[in-house]
Each structure stands twice: as structure tokens, then as C-alpha cells.
Ligand binder design. Structure first.
Ligand SMILES: [Fe+2]
Length: 139
């Protein structure tokens, strides 16, 4: 979803926030592999059905905006929604991890979770900025 949003967003601030999180995300899969091994599972690269649906829904509506700034609000909101979803998944995994002895894998999960949380904060601040600019233009 992030590469699509990077291509669609027009605002420099939003593009940078998305592109930087895209780079971070490339490290996430590598950090998750030892977590799988810590619980005796094989890593796999299945897509997440909820995120796939979010991306599908976003793509259906994305072309209906005639105002680039309003479209950017839509893109930022879609990205923030995905980050909320990821963050909730990491929080649940960390709670489960607290029950199991996953050793150093916990730090890897926390590292990913912290990057998701910072990405969400940044996207929400971009969302505020984009909505603020739209509101200022209306008055
Ligand atoms: Fe993320």
C-alpha cells in the first residue's frame, strides 16, 4: 500500500512521511523472522486480508477526487488507518510475547512497534496540516 500512496500523494510533507516509512518497513520483515523462530514457527509472506481490503477500497475511491489537496487528506487518512491496524497487531503480539519466553525477539517486536507508532504520529500530524490548509482556504 505504501508504494501506491507515495506515487499518489502530492504534498511534499506527506510524500516524505510515506517514503521514509516505506524504507523502515523493509527492515520489519527481517526483524520478524527471529520472532517466528522464537515460537517455533516458519515465517511466511502472506498478505494481510484486512490491509488488502483497505488498499482495494482506497484504490476504488482514490481517482474520484478532483482536488489534489482533498485527495492528499484521503491518502493520509488511508495510511494512518493502516498504521493503526499494524500498531494494534504489534501490541497484541507483544502481550502474547509476554506470556511466552521469546527472549531477544521481544526487542525486535518493540522496535517495529515503535517505528509504527512514530509513523502513525507523523501521518496524523500531516493529516492535521493538510486539513488545516483546506480549512484556511475555505474561510
Ligand atoms: Fe507501518
Amino acid at each position: 500500500m505504501l508504494p501506491t500512496l507515495v506515487g499518489q500523494a502530492k504534498s511534499e510533507g506527506l510524500v516524505n512521511a510515506l517514503a521514509e516509512h516505506l524504507e523502515e518497513t523493509k527492515e520489519h520483515a527481517a526483524r520478524l523472522e527471529p520472532v517466528f523462530r522464537a515460537v517455533g514457527a516458519e515465517p511466511s509472506s502472506n498478505f494481510s486480508p484486512p490491509v488488502e481490503k483497505l488498499a482495494e477500497h482506497h484504490d476504488e475511491l482514490a481517482s474520484s477526487f478532483t482536488d489534489d489537496r482533498l485527495a492528499d487528506v484521503f491518502h493520509a487518512a488511508a495510511a494512518a488507518t493502516t498504521e493503526h491496524h499494524e500498531l494494534a497487531a504489534y501490541e497484541a503480539l507483544l502481550r502474547l510475547g509476554g506470556m511466552l519466553d521469546i527472549g531477544d525477539a521481544r526487542e525486535l517486536l518493540e522496535h517495529n512497534r515503535d517505528e509504527e507508532a512514530r509513523a502513525l504520529e507523523r501521518l496524523e500530524s500531516e493529516l492535521d496540516r493538510l486539513v488545516g490548509a483546506l480549512a484556511a482556504q475555505r474561510h
